[in-house]
Every structure is written in structure tokens, then in C-alpha cells.
Design a protein around this ligand. Sequence first.
Ligand SMILES: [Zn+2]
Length: 269
Amino acid sequence: MNLMSVASLRFYAELNDFLPEESRGKELTRYFSVGGSVKDFVESFGVPHTEVDLVLANGKPVDFSYPVRDGDRVSVYPVFESLDISSVTRVRPAPLRALRFLLDVHVGRLAAYLRMAGFDALYDNQASDAELASIVAREGRVLLTRDRYLLMRTAVDRGYWVRSTEPKQQLLEVVKRFDLAGSMRPFTRCLDCNTILEEASREAVWERLPPKIMDQNVFRVCPSCQRVYWEGSHRERMSKLLRWVKANAPAPPRGVKFVSGAGPGGSNR
Ligand SMILES: [Zn+2]
């Protein structure tokens, strides 16, 4: 005998981005004969677990390993930076103090922009999906990708699905999503290899400079790939982009406290 169970689920706010038009903002039902974890249940609708910050089953917070049961009503929330939900237990672990990113092959320009703003943005256009997942797990990086199925891998417990296809909008999205407007350190990181730059005197770098910028005094050099950086028209364009990002990504109101030890368990590990 094969008794079917049914559970209902509702996605909130931008989690609806993953759903087809007709399913957005609605209570969705799913029939099943064998119950799985709430992580699998949520992802069966196409929403990667990395986008989810809070899951309520019948009004109570649960972690990703929670087994979905007949009659359950599940509510799924994205990361709310500005909503105070500090009294309930989130499914996410506490945020990393210094965010470090990993980007896949389809968001290479975003990697360069993040480096320009001073963020640690590892970019590997050769890595397989399995390799990317293992770097995330090993180095505690946040995976930025346009591939939602990559974010469903259990080893990937931190990630973000980049909505826009336009690199400047992608940068704004990431700065807003991770509340980075106040922690930009422009022009401190090598655009080519992600290494922190060092200051250099003109004497130290003059052999590598084109003649027309010989009157500059402030230089930075990458200790890894030796690329030399100086002020110029290129840098002015980049500054303009960062000012635009800052103006459009105001810091959200404070009030969210993360509950320590509330990390995902069970099937998510
Ligand atoms: Zn470099």
C-alpha cells in the first residue's frame, strides 16, 4: 500500500525569483510517499538552500535536516538584513567576519569588480563543479554563481545566486546582499590575481612604467604577479562605479542578531 502524504510550502520575498510566475507568492502543495529533509523539499521547487535563512514548519523554526511530515505547513524566508527575527533560530550559521568569495566561470567580470572594491574574490574558470564545491567547504568561501543547481550541492553551505546578467548590477546586488557598502577598500587588491597590493616607490617600479605616467608618485605593486598600479583615467572610471554602488546600496538598519550554534545539520553536511 502506498499512502500519499501532503505538505504545503510558501516562499517569501526574493525567494520567489526562483519560481515560475504562476507559483510566486502562493501556497504550494506537494504530495509525497517517502518524506525527505526540508532541504530536499525546498530544493525540489528549484530554490537552493544557500538562499534560505529561516525555515518554519508549522510556525516553529527548524533546521535543514528536519524531516517533512504529512500535513506540514512550511514557510521559507531569505536572508533578511533589515528585519529583526533575532528571537528565532536561523538555519544559517553566524556570518563570517570577513567575507571571502569564490566565483564560477560565468561571473568573471564580477570577480574583477569585487577585487577592485577590495574584496577577496577567488575566480577559477577551469574548476569543475565538484572542485568549486570543495573549495567552498575547505576555505569557507561564499560561492557566487548564476547556476542554481551548483548551489544545491550539500558541500556548498554558503552561496548566492546572482540574479542580474549585467556585471555592474551584479556588483550592486552582492554589495547589498552581504551588506558590504561600508567595507569597501578600493584599489587595495590585484585585479589579476586577487593578492593584496603593496605600496611602492617610483624608483622601485620605474622600469615597468610606460613613459607617459612617469610624473606619478603613488604606486602599488602586486607582490605575487608584479603588476604595477597607478592613478589614471582607468582608475577614475572605476571610482565612479564604486561611488554609484555606494549611493545605491545604503547600509540596512541594524537589529539582526545571529544565533550561534544554529548551523545547518543532518543532510546539509
Ligand atoms: Zn597580481
